[in-house]
Design a binder for this molecule. Structure first.
Ligand SMILES: *Cc1c(COP(=O)(O)O)cnc(C)c1O
Length: 401
């Protein structure tokens, strides 16, 4: 277990979270990543940048988001109190915009007129296209051809926002191939192009800067819960795809050792087969897309395709800080199946009048499984990472209403 002093040291100067993280990239990108890190550190010391961030987070995305006492949901559980951190109320309907606003401002500082991103379900693509439109940046979004077919509404949104959507026909034509192609674009066009990474993964300094941009979730939640309850929560609960909404909530509580972190991965159709996305529960250590972390792999170390009913959890890896939290015991990682997530989806809709994203429904569903651990006065803060309107097409045929 790391001691308090370690807070300042994760990641270390080379981007390592213990054994994980780092930077495994071609020579051409070493320089670009160093340049990005330098600019990011400069921005951090610049009160003007802080002010700009605060302005756009407040006026454009709608922060601060409420910390809402879900009293009917809590009554349903029959024990303890659950608060929802309402990231679903942000512009574009999820937490992803916290990060893309930050990175768009970095791109502007670095005088890069073009941004690129990769996307699976299209949510990070939409969040990137949104800020690209707002800040007048050219935007290309790489997306596996399979996903282009499956996610037509988001493809249309991105195009409407002025982005070019590039279908990727390599490999399995899904997210991991789109990431590879986006990297290739970056290598070629690094002089005028900024690569917007969508979660706390990729080579250093991305896991660090995405975490910092998303930590606004946990900073707000901390001051809000202290105001409402006069003490820190017992449990923090969040779904984990790449891990950005979870790290954003957890990180500001890192030194508060009594606060238990629970990350909920997608168990898909069950952990016994390969149709899940539980990289921490079932994966192995490996290197992909520039960093060392936990990935779903076959016996030969080939990265597998993930599966989850929640498009945003459908990624076969996880950010290195989570791999580190797991190994050090700072956080625990559990999993929830597609079927259980659907129950969570229905439960929050019915008890609170809030339709959650299928991703966030995984965290809601886990409340039912952790009921035995709750006490009368337990306080749980759950990150409601997004809203569920986008998922109605997937959910409707599966629920008997
Ligand atoms: C993308 C997404 C996620 C998963 O990404 P993380 O980086 O793990 O946060 C979770 N919830 C919603 C609503 C998303 O759009």
């Amino acid at each position: 277990m790391p001691d308090r002093k370690d807070d300042m040291k994760i990641p270390d100067k080379t981007g390592h979270f213990g054994d994980f993280g780092g930077s495994f990239v071609p020579e051409t990108l070493v320089c670009a990543l160093r340049e990005l890190e330098d600019e990011y550190l400069r921005a951090g010391r610049d009160p003007g940048f802080r002010k700009q961030m605060d302005y756009y987070l407040k006026e454009y995305t709608g922060r601060p988001t409420p910390l809402y006492l879900a009293s009917r949901l809590s009554s349903y559980l029959g024990i303890g109190r659950v608060y929802l951190k309402r990231e679903d109320l942000l512009h574009t309907g999820a937490h992803k915009i916290n990060n893309t606003v930050g990175q768009a401002l970095l791109a502007l500082r670095m005088k890069k007129p073009r941004v690129i991103a990769e996307t699976g379900a299209g949510q990070h693509g939409v969040a990137t296209a949104t800020v690209a439109a707002r800040f007048g940046l050219k935007c290309a979004v790489y997306m596996g051809r399979e996903d282009v077919e499956r996610q037509k509404p988001n493809v249309f949104r991105m195009k409407l926002l002025g982005a070019e959507v590039v279908p990727v026909t390599q490999g399995s034509m899904t997210l991991k191939d789109a990431m590879t192609e986006a990297m290739r674009d970056w290598v070629t066009n690094v002089r005028n192009t900024y690569y917007v990474v969508g979660t706390v993964a990729g080579p250093h300094p991305y896991p660090l800067l995405v975490r910092d941009f998303q930590s606004v979730i946990g900073r707000e939640a901390k001051s809000q819960i202290l105001k409402k309850e006069g003490r820190l929560p017992d449990f923090l609960l969040a779904c984990v795809g790449g891990g950005s909404n979870a790290i954003g909530l957890f990180h500001p509580f890192y030194a508060d050792r009594k606060v238990v972190f629970i990350g909920v991965e997608a168990a898909g159709e069950g952990l016994s087969g390969n149709k899940h996305a539980a990289s921490l529960s079932k994966g192995k250590t490996g290197v992909l897309h520039g960093c060392k972390s936990a990935f779903m792999q076959d016996a030969d170390g080939q990265v597998l395709n993930a599966h989850s009913i929640a498009a945003g959890l459908d990624y076969p890896g996880v950010g290195p800080e989570h791999a580190f939290y797991k190994r050090s015991g700072r956080a625990e990682y559990v999993s929830v199946t597609d079927a259980e997530a659907l129950e969570g989806f229905k439960l929050l809709s019915r008890t609170e009048g809030i339709i959650p994203a299928l991703e966030s429904s995984h965290a809601v569903a886990y409340l039912l499984k952790m009921r035995r651990r709750l006490r009368k006065n337990s306080i749980t803060v759950l990150c409601l990472s997004g809203r569920g309107d986008k998922d109605l097409g997937i959910v409707t045929p599966r629920l008997d209403l």
